[in-house]
Design a protein around this ligand. Sequence first.
Ligand code: ADP
Ligand code: MG
Length: 587
Amino acid sequence: MPIRLLASEVASQIAAGEVIERPASVVKELMENALDAGAKSISISIAEAGRKLIEVADDGSGIASDELALAVSRHATSKLARADDLFHISTLGFRGEALSSIGSVSRMTITSKVMNSNAGARIKVEGGREGKVESMGAPTGTVVRVEDLFHNVPARLKFLKADVTERRAIDALITRYALAYPNVRFKLSEGSNVTLQTSGDGDRRAILAALYGVDVAKQLLEINFEEEGIRLSGFTSPTALTRSNRKDITFFVNGRWVQDTPLTTALIQAYHTLLMVGRYPLAAIFVEIAPEEVDVNVHPAKAEVRFRNQDKIFGFVQRAVRRGLLAYSPVPQVAPSLWGTHNESSQQVGLDWTIAHDESINNEKQSPINAQSTISHEPHLHLEPVQVSTINQIPLLRLIGQIGATYLVAEGPDGLYLIDQHAAHERVLFEKLMAQHDQKKIPSQSLLTPGVVTLPPQSAKALESQLPVLGQFGFEVEEFGTNTFQVRAMPSLFAGSDPSTALHAIVEDFEEDESPLQNEIEKKLAARVCKRMAVKGGQTLSPEEQRALLSDLERCDSPRTCPYGRPTMIHLSVEMLERQFGRKGAR
Ligand code: ADP
Ligand code: MG
């Protein structure tokens, strides 16, 4: 074939492939345009997961009628003039490619009107061919309607995933942007169903509640940090709240959602020693940095950025998050609201807080500058070991008794402790088992009557793959017919427990994609078994058993959480009791 120039429609279609991969990419580009146009309200309608229809309407600045045709042509942008501008860019778009790309792979209609004009105008683009600009009445702002996406690129259509998956990508995208722009109203609807709506009143926690549920949202810790002109704000999970992967870690840099960023690693490292292996935090973090410090032009869909000084920003994120984590009291305290009064913060966030945090933090929230001066003098290396040890210790506790056959009540030098007997026992068993395992001597006990268990095929397969690991943990398990196993011995630690419960525990929640790291698999397995073997809530314990549990817990390395990161105890400080009884303060 001789060399020839591609027809511009073909060139656009090829270029579109980089930017517009799936319906969610269309939503992203149109949403970014609306935000760039200063919209205060953005409504998105979709049909058939965006294949049939994506319509984005905004109340932004609009496009002048005589510029409409230009807006849809390739390399047409109002956001940048010289290559140099790339390093001062404060808009989300700058490539001038989105509208032309979308127009080349769909039937696109843009209707728009600028503020002080009598009429608006409309243009249609089909498979890259532009129609005439027609004048017509319209409200100020822009509506972009995209129908039959990829109708002329069947190969692309084949690459789309199931509707639920494409739909999920759109939902995830819009909620992320809603979080990043809490002062903009977002609305997503499908037919007459409104599936997501934010108020635009700036309340990020309410949006987090829509994204992750109220329960999770109210536990997230708010972080505000500033150092040398870089600002970080957002939310991250307390150590008790974790995920099995890093999918729920979201980073925005200068209002841009960036994925696969090393910042994610920085955040995870901030949790070093605080989370169980294989568990990840959940976070939504917003970084603001001078535009000249970031290169935004490294990815066609602008999903990645590069930092001029990567180490600096890495350290910054790590410090900010670590500091935020340590500042919040690692033992949850009972909120005053539980005792009939309402504190200010619960009104502010509009959610029912059940965990109150160290007061000093609330003060610091208002003045990040203060926070900065206390932290930046502390060399990073020193920070860690000191703080970790205070997090881990629990004071010597004096047992008072058991309530509800579920909680232990104890007194410490600094107030009252309520201990969840199940979570505490889980932690104790886990640390004992792991310690024995690390020394390669797990005392094992043969069973007089072997336990026989038949499992569903899927679980049987999972168990089979774990038989060698089980041996190292003092279990003697052998196959005993199809999908059936026989337990001949168990770790002495679990003496007296039902062997079949142990077997079920070993395979429950076993995730196929679990990390291939041997030591992670072992930890997860130990955690699963200990959870099942621990005393349950509702089980009456003798005073000796209660005391033994407490002193075992005191000896643990991480007594404050169960192996899954849930708290083992709640602390009511003397100070808080005094406040609640009106012994302290103005009265
Ligand atoms: P880019 O965003 O990279 O500039 P686009 O192809 O997305 O390129 O848009 C081209 C131009 O059309 C933008 O620079 C902007 O001037 C205008 N435009 C697009 N969408 C909107 C909108 N919703 N409101 C106002 N102007 C818009
Ligand atoms: Mg754009």
